[in-house]
Design a protein around this ligand. Sequence first.
Ligand SMILES: Cc1ncc(COP(=O)(O)O)c(C=O)c1O
Length: 399
Amino acid sequence: MVNNTDFEFDFYFTWTKQRTANHFNIVKSEGTELITSDGSKIFDFISTNFQASFGHSNKLITENILNQIKQMSVAPPKGVFPLKIEVTKLLKKFLKLEKGKIFYTTSGAEAIENALKIARQTTGKKLVLARKKSYHGATLGALSVTGDWRGENHHSVSDWTIRVPEPEDDPSLEETKKIINKVGKENIAGFVLEIISAMNGVIIPQKSWWDGIQQLAKENNILIILDEVSTGFGRTGENFAFHHYGLQPDMVCMSKAITGGYIPFGAIWTSEIISNYYEENTLSCGLTSYAHPLGLAAMKGVLENFNNSEFCENKKILEAQFKNNMDEIKCLPNVKNIRQVGLLSAIQIKPELKLNWEDGIKVGLHLAFKEDIIILAPPFVTEKEKLKNAFDSLKKLLT
Ligand SMILES: Cc1ncc(COP(=O)(O)O)c(C=O)c1O
């Protein structure tokens, strides 16, 4: 099932040496499981890459896509059609940001790229502030704000990024203030920040840190650009992670679960000040598949899930079960620490355990690893019994 050696394919594997790339043969996905060529069922404990939040066979998303493909499978960016008008309004409502406008993309990195362009264009300023423990996408602009290893050695515009300390290292933001004063607020277009950094270890800042960021942004006329690519659409228990903190962003970047991953898609919400700016200034951003009708249809399915009371109730129950299970995991001798919010968690294990992705697959779990941290983000539609079984397998792995 898992094979690390002696293979040759005509395509690349991402973020890895090709010769030793981890991989598995999956032939089907169904519900909350990936099914391998030998018939084994692997529980998708990370919702594929945070996008399959609604599982692999969500009826509302699938039906919307199938209906849309019959109606209009592709549309020009200039096209105006009822789905585009209606679902954009619904997205703004779901964001609880009813003013401003949405710009559509086909990925998370493109959302960040366009947010950077918009921030620089509307403020006339060049620099952005970003964190070291962050990931914002693999394109050159998005990599320039990415702080983790994936940005290294790429000739991007990283000179235009200034690193601010991690929340735990600067809880009262004294260092961040010094950085702003040194660099000069007249040079800083925006903060680019994940609200809760997902793959970099589920780092959940204190509310006081976020209040401080909001205050600094206001005092210094710096935009707040939030990256909700992994945390958006219910992952952390609220519609968006920024709702936990009562933040007032200038831009919100979204992707992944925006369509449950069924169609590659993304979006940026921009404030009314920004949307007003573009009434008389040219928006120099665009893409061939802008506001793709299949993406919009899938997003409509996602939002319809949240309008279904049964889905929402089950999700709340699952969140409580997930938390209880995480409290048990915390007590295992090989576990150093856990962090959990909604249906997202990080388990910091003793490094000597030396667990990896392949060990997870062997016990029927699709997990994500970041050094000695295991990240969990199960689909919202996971059945009670399946979650219980998944945690039982995880506990065995950890002992
Ligand atoms: C927080 C965050 N931002 C941006 C991205 C980039 O999204 P994409 O891979 O769709 O370009 C990712 C992808 O993992 C992410 O986790």
